[in-house]
Write a new protein. Sequence first.
Length: 267
Amino acid sequence: MRLTTFCCLALVGSSLLAADLPDSHELEVLPHPANAEIVEAFQVDAERRYPLGGIRRISGRLRYEREVLAEGQLSATTYRLPVGHLAAEAFAQARESLLGQGAELLYWCDGRDCGSSSLWANTVFGNARLYGPDERQAYALLRLAAPHRDSLLALYAITRGNRRDYLHVERLDAAAALGELLPTPATLLRQLRTDGQLLLPALTGEPGEAWVDVLARSLMLDSTLRVALAGAQAPAWRAALIERGVRAARLELDEASVDGLRLSRLQ
């Protein structure tokens, strides 16, 4: 489906719901932000192109570093937060809630690292009210936990120039299997720095080449960072990361019992 067609459907959906936006259009995986008002909500079958990197317009064309393209049922809700409630805080609470449910963070950017807010608002989400200063935005794309592994959830937060705060949430239930999706190295590093750990419950077996590569590249973005690895296969993962070029002194073993693999930041 063309983006222009999708935008028309979105506008139709929002106009139909303008008089009364029912809570039934909210997503079950996320709680309603405290005292927030739903200003737009719709459901539609659509194709979505979710960036996995900052977006730019070069010579009149959009440029994505990486992306996920999927088609299926799209459910979207836009919240206007009450005065005194910041979009950044609502975004953080939503991200932490999803991770606590086992979702996998594929991409996370903040501020100017995301690129142009105008492009996110008008091109990615087709929602002009999400436009604001580039430095006051945040975006995350997550893959939901089993049994919803073929569902993506996008979060976008913005504090507009008029100081109004919005949180936009989308869930796309893909019609076809998504296959393997890997997070970006910068996203893993941001998560490790912010949360102090990476929980990777799906990594229960021997180290796979693709995951070893992305973890090694993430750790190499900050050569001062030291981590402890926990999990049944932690020794094998440590050996694989060392072979990929991460210094052994940066990798310790943690005997804690965890599902899959956990990396914890060491002081």
